[in-house]
Design a protein around this ligand. Structure first.
Ligand code: ADP
Ligand code: MG
Length: 339
């Protein structure tokens, strides 16, 4: 019998991997925003057309890429962020898997323009379904601009699976908010179909919260800060009377990475016990900082699920930080919600 096992061609392997990394336009936005942050940008502009279905562009003023690196950035498992196994245990960057650009390029028409400081000319690379169509020198600003057109144009099943523009845009705004909250010192703008919907100057976290969610948040924030056993917790919670009927505005960041955790959410709810009317959810933006050796962020490709070595300590600290913030603002469980 002949042997039948073959290695997949790169373009096909990338397309299969893309299924995990890029579920929808918002996943691409998340990856590109994180790359801009990792590149040290302090100004990032996002342009979206048709909820990202026809066009998404992200421009940053970060460190840019050399011509060779720009070409390499499209290879799968190609990254400048880690080099050896040990690095996995001390990750300080948002990215490290080296799959995002390769995956997005496998399922779209992508154009990269990038220039490093001190270089006269930058590099332009156009790629379609993993195939390089063009590579040439270009006059461009310092930093990187990546434009993604027609996401999933070559994967009809995925394209048809996309939700309405309203729903897809909501996911994009969510990712934008998360990165904007984690990096308040960075200036961000978001344009939707030529309309600027967010314009956020760099500043403090409280200003970022107000810039994203509205001026009425100004009076509603209680600051949080707790430090113990080399774990630091800081951020803001919304006062109980500001709680909403929907769960939307609740954010945890671990070492500046947005994460989802029902367990830690429970710690916050527990601290608010007796203060909230049934079925309402408090606003919070909480940052947890700890030595990266004590967290595993490589649990899932999108990195929103993580594992702590000692989850219980983190739980206790989060609850303590929220309780302390409530106490500092003289919020005690005596409010009568029946009145
Ligand atoms: P990862 O972020 O996990 O390294 P990506 O596929 O997202 O993988 O990016 C591959 C590489 O391309 C990065 O490691 C980085 O060196 C480079 N890169 C991507 N985006 C940018 C950017 N906006 N500015 C500078 N370099 C970038
Ligand atoms: Mg990345």
């Amino acid at each position: 019998m002949p042997d039948i096992i073959r290695l997949l061609p790169d373009s096909l392997a990338n397309q299969i991997a893309a299924g995990e990394v890029v579920q929808r336009p918002a996943s691409a936005i998340k990856e590109l925003l994180e790359n801009s942050i990792d590149a040290g940008a302090d100004e990032v502009t996002v342009i979206i057309k048709d909820a990202g279905k026809t066009m998404m562009q992200i421009m940053d003023n970060g460190k840019g890429m050399s011509e060779t690196d720009a070409r390499m950035s499209l290879e799968r498992h190609a990254t400048s962020k880690i080099t050896k196994t040990e690095d996995l245990f001390s990750i300080r960057t948002m990215g490290f898997r080296g799959e995002a650009l390769a995956s997005i390029a496998a399922v779209s028409q992508m154009e990269i323009k990038t220039r490093q400081e001190g270089e006269e000319l930058g590099t332009l690379i156009a790629v379609e379904a993993s195939e390089i169509k063009k590579q040439e020198p270009v006059v461009c600003d310092k930093g990187t601009s990546i434009c993604i057109k027609n996401l999933f144009y070559n994967v009809p099943a995925r394209r048809n699976f996309l939700k309405s523009n309203g729903v897809e845009m909501k996911h994009i705004v969510e990712e934008f908010q998360r990165v904007a909250l984690a990096n308040p010192e960075v200036k961000f703008s978001l344009y939707q179909n030529d309309l600027e919907t967010y314009s956020l100057p760099g500043g403090k976290l409280s200003q970022r919260i107000i810039g994203l969610f509205g001026k009425n948040y100004r009076e509603q924030l209680a600051s949080c800060s707790e430090e113990m056993a080399e774990v630091k917790i800081y951020g803001y919670i919304g006062k109980p009377e500001f709680a909403r009927k929907t769960r939307g505005e609740q954010f945890f960041f671990v070492n500046n990475r947005f994460i989802k955790s029902n367990y830690l959410n429970h710690a916050v709810m527990n601290a608010f016990e007796g203060l909230l009317p049934d079925g309402s959810f408090p606003f919070y933006v909480l940052f947890i900082e700890l030595d990266p050796v004590h967290v595993d962020i490589n649990v899932h490709p999108t990195k929103t699920e993580i594992k702590f070595d000692d989850e219980r300590t983190i739980y206790t600290l989060v609850r303590a930080a929220v309780k302390q913030a409530l106490a500092t603002h003289n919020i005690t469980p005596t409010i009568d919600f029946q009145a």
